[in-house]
Design a protein around this ligand. Structure first.
Ligand SMILES: *Cc1c(COP(=O)(O)O)cnc(C)c1O
Length: 420
């Protein structure tokens, strides 16, 4: 099969994400997408089991999102948010605040998840500085976590599985600990916070599902324990819902399952339904109030050029319309049931270590071989799934049909069964 001209000519000039460019397999040329299907240049169609890195909640090219974005394009694609205002950003801020529990009412926009986390860290550290507590500069995070690829976020990823181990020694030293999953680890976590509290600005965690570092799950009790320890020792709690938000774990936000209300929440990924880059950092009234002052130096000095981009905010507002009108949370529940049934056949296979499902996330953890070797076999079966680390996983669009979901799980189980 020959590649389109633009791919051949551009290939010597492109640098791909997370790829050893010497050996990276040639990427697939995509010329269109519809619903859960990617249309390839050679005429094939693949069912997208990844939802473009977990963003495409409503399927590709949803007519409602397209219509809203087209209208916005014709009136005002972008205007700076410093000193100027536009309806889409202000409406979106109000709607996101209404979706959040407690008084998480203040929305700071940015254009990528990593920056949303950077902003959360900056808010947390400056919150204490503004109160005269200059020693609280450390962040506590958890092994198995992933919070982004920028320098501050690399330092709070899992030191080994977070993809950034090369940068040890360059990064700020942070405190990365075990999740409090049982009595021993809970006691250790609480003791650590008690001891370090005066140096710690915040604890950050991906609630219920640690995504990019290996799709590991923890219980609502673990999340509640983290929140309780943070409260007890007067440390801020940041929840990174960039992956888990927007129904991925079976509720609109994962924090709902533990009844936890943090001080700061990070959103991204599915925020625009996979249409445009947009992220948000949502702060509680208490955190926001910590920046109100007659001293100009107490202000939050941050402002991404494209923050609150009108096209992206329009897409996000349209995406929220769909979450209101259509049963996305119920669909995540249906996907969860089908994933449980469909992936069960992989349990007990020779090189399968674990099969786990949470909401619209289905994972087969393998051992004894590199699952990236399955990539081409999955494509041959008509599905786009991107194994990494030691897992083969799917996070389909929430609108996926039963038949397409069955094709995905059958493909996953059969390539793992045949793997050597
Ligand atoms: C993807 C992700 C990020 C980083 O988002 P980018 O948009 O890739 O910068 C941060 N935190 C979590 C939990 C993520 O899944």
């Amino acid at each position: 099969m020959t590649n389109p001209d633009w791919l051949t000519k551009g290939w010597p000039h492109i640098w791909l994400p997370y790829a050893q460019m010497k050996t990276a397999p040639a990427p697939l040329a995509v010329v269109g997408a519809e619903g859960t299907r990617l249309k390839l240049a050679d005429g094939r169609a693949l069912i997208d089991g990844v939802a473009s890195w977990w963003t495409v909640a409503h399927g590709y090219n949803h007519p409602h999102i397209q219509g809203v974005v087209k209208r916005q394009l014709e009136t005002l694609p972008h205007v700076m948010l410093g000193g100027l205002a536009h309806e889409q950003a202000y409406t979106l801020a109000r709607r996101l605040a209404a979706l959040m529990p407690g008084d998480l009412n203040r929305v700071f926009f940015s254009d990528s998840g990593s920056v949303a986390v950077e902003v959360a860290l900056k808010m947390a550290i400056q919150f204490w500085i503004n109160r005269g507590e200059r020693g609280r500069t450390k962040i506590v995070s958890f092994k198995g976590g992933y919070h982004g690829d920028t320098f501050a976020t690399m330092a709070i990823c899992d030191p080994d599985e977070g993809m950034h181990s090369l940068f040890k020694g360059v990064l700020n030293e942070q405190i990365v600990v075990d999740l409090p999953r049982d009595e021993a680890t809970s006691a250790a976590f609480d003791t650590l916070l008690a001891r370090e509290a005066k140096h710690v600005a915040a604890v950050i965690v991906e609630p219920l599902v640690q995504g990019a570092a290996g799709m590991k799950f923890h219980t609502p009790e673990t999340l509640a324990r983290i929140a309780a320890s943070a409260r007890r020792h007067g440390v801020l709690l940041i929840l990174d819902e960039i992956f888990t938000g927007f129904a991925r774990t079976g509720t609109m936000f994962a924090m709902e399952q533990a009844g936890v209300v943090p001080d700061i929440v990070c959103l991204g990924k599915a925020l625009t339904g996979g249409t445009a880059p947009l992220a948000a950092t949502v702060a509680s009234e208490r955190v926001f109030a910590g920046f109100l002052s007659d001293d100009p130096a107490a202000a939050l000095m941050h402002g991404p050029t494209f923050m609150g981009n009108a096209l992206a905010c329009a897409a996000a507002n349209a995406s929220l319309d769909l979450f209101e009108r259509e049963p996305r949370v119920a669909q995540a529940g249906r996907i969860e049931r089908m994933l449980r049934e469909g992936l069960e056949a992989a349990r007990g296979l020779a090189h399968v270590r674990d099969v786990r499902v949470k909401g619209a996330i289905g994972v087969i953890e393998v051992q004894g071989f590199d699952p990236r070797t399955l990539r081409q076999k999955l494509i041959d079966k008509g599905v786009w799934i991107r194994p990494f680390g030691n897992i083969v996983y799917t996070t389909p669009p929430l609108t996926i049909s039963d038949a397409d979901l069955a094709t995905l799980t059958d493909a996953m189980v059969s390539v793992v069964r045949e793997a050597r």
